[in-house]
Design a protein around this ligand. Structure first.
Ligand code: UD1
Ligand code: UDP
Length: 364
């Protein structure tokens, strides 16, 4: 059985790795295709080293561009490659443009398509990721859901029970597999941080960083929080220029994007995390670290209902009030069902059961 695994952007690497490992352990021939959506050393190369991910077998080198340019370039490059490799199945993860592009090509080319992280819904159609999620699910044969809310969303959209599988969270597989190594990182010493006495911040959603008025308000809120607790902010390239233009309040330290092990170490020892990342909401829940999400909604409600996540929106006063409440009384976490380090194994078992090519489950 030949299976193409697709990765292209920072949050993809930690999701595809446990799936690849489990497929290969069961004897499948895996071809890793990297689209090149992210390409900086700090957004890409460091993850291959930190995760022990082998170099990509094929590299599409699409780079940055508008949504249509990036999605179109991935599709144009992926189509002939898929014809050449002729795999039994293609696995895509998450909700980035590379995910949707490879899903659309696969759906028309013939191999089975598996979507890891199916069924997450923010119901916020201003997010490009929401479009990518819904459209990818629609053309997938295997809808591999990380949590019961995702299963419920898919059932409500009319997918049949045999198309939807609750498999757990692959990102948490990778977190648990690497936690001991991450705890060996010297990143806190390098940044002069004391465990439990700093906050960690990430910002990269277009709705937060593209509008200087919104970003300015968030920086004001961070400045107020930083008057009590030093904050460290590894800067995503989308936000870099904009943060520099606006100027950052004292107490907020900008650092380059962190490698995986360093970033897990920074989360693990933080007193609080403030973020608009999807993955970071999940990792803080698994680590039991308080998380304040700088958005009005989340496609990952299990992190609020069972984990440590609180939605604060982007109004500066509300963000400060929520952060203060969380610092005063941190939420008691529970790790969601099947976030147990074995999601990759469940996915591989499903995909290889009875031979992939014979069980098309595509929605009718
Ligand atoms: C993308 C995903 C987003 C995900 C995020 C993870 C889409 C629509 N968005 O957003 O869902 O949460 O990745 O980090 O797929 N850039 C660099 N170096 C790089 C990559 C990007 O400088 O290695 C800069 C470029 O100026 C580029 C901008 O960042 O235009 C945005 O990159 P892009 O991949 O379009 O979207 P992200 O904001 O990274
Ligand atoms: N991450 C990292 N370094 C950073 C910021 C994030 O290694 O400076 C990791 C984080 O631990 C998680 C993943 O990147 O595993 C989340 O990716 P990101 O926030 O870019 O995207 P999203 O999850 O929002 O799509």
């Amino acid at each position: 059985t030949t299976i193409v695994c697709v990765a292209g952007a920072r949050p993809n690497y930690m999701k595809i790795k446990p799936v690849m490992d489990a497929l290969e352990a069961r004897g499948a021939h895996v071809v890793l295709v990297h689209t090149g959506q992210h390409y900086d050393e700090a957004m890409n190369g460091v993850f291959f080293r930190d995760l022990g991910l082998r170099p990509p077998d094929r590299f599409l080198g699409v780079g940055s561009g508008s949504h249509a340019e990036q999605t179109g370039r991935v599709m144009t490059a992926f189509e002939p490659l898929l014809a050449e490799i002729a795999p039994d199945a293609v696995v895509v993860v998450g909700d980035v443009n590379s995910t949707l592009a490879c899903a659309l090509v696969t759906a028309k080319a013939g191999p089975l398509l598996a979507h890891v992280e199916a069924g997450l819904r923010s119901r916020d159609w201003s997010m490009p990721e929401e479009v990518n999620r819904v459209a990818t699910d629609r053309v997938s044969d295997y809808l591999l859901a990380p949590s019961p809310d995702a299963v419920a969303n898919l059932r409500a959209e009319g997918y049949r029970p045999d198309q939807v599988h609750l498999v757990g969270n692959v990102m948490i597989d990778t977190l648990l597999a690497n936690l001991d190594r991450a705890r060996g990182s010297d990143v806190l010493t390098r940044y002069g941080l004391t465990p439990g006495e700093y906050g960690l911040v990430t910002l990269h959603r277009p709705a937060n960083v593209d509008d200087p008025h919104v970003l300015g308000g968030l920086l004001k809120a961070l400045g107020e929080i930083a008057a009590r607790l030093p904050l460290v902010l590894p800067v995503h390239p989308r936000a870099a220029g904009k943060l520099a233009d606006l100027g950052v309040p004292g107490g907020v330290r900008l650092v380059p994007p962190a490698g995986y092990l360093d970033f897990i170490a920074l989360q693990d020892r933080a007193r609080i995390v403030l973020t608009d990342s999807g993955g970071v909401q999940e990792e803080t829940t698994a680590l039991g670290v308080p998380c304040v999400t700088l958005r009005d909604n989340t496609e990952r409600p299990v992190t609020v209902e069972e984990g440590t996540n609180v939605l604060a929106g982007r109004d500066p006063e509300r963000v400060v009030a929520v952060a203060e409440a969380v610092l005063h009384r941190p939420p008691a976490p529970r790790r969601p069902e099947l976030w147990d380090g074995r999601a990759g194994e469940r996915i591989a078992d499903l995909l290889l059961a009875g031979g992939t090519a014979r069980t098309r489950r595509r929605p009718t």
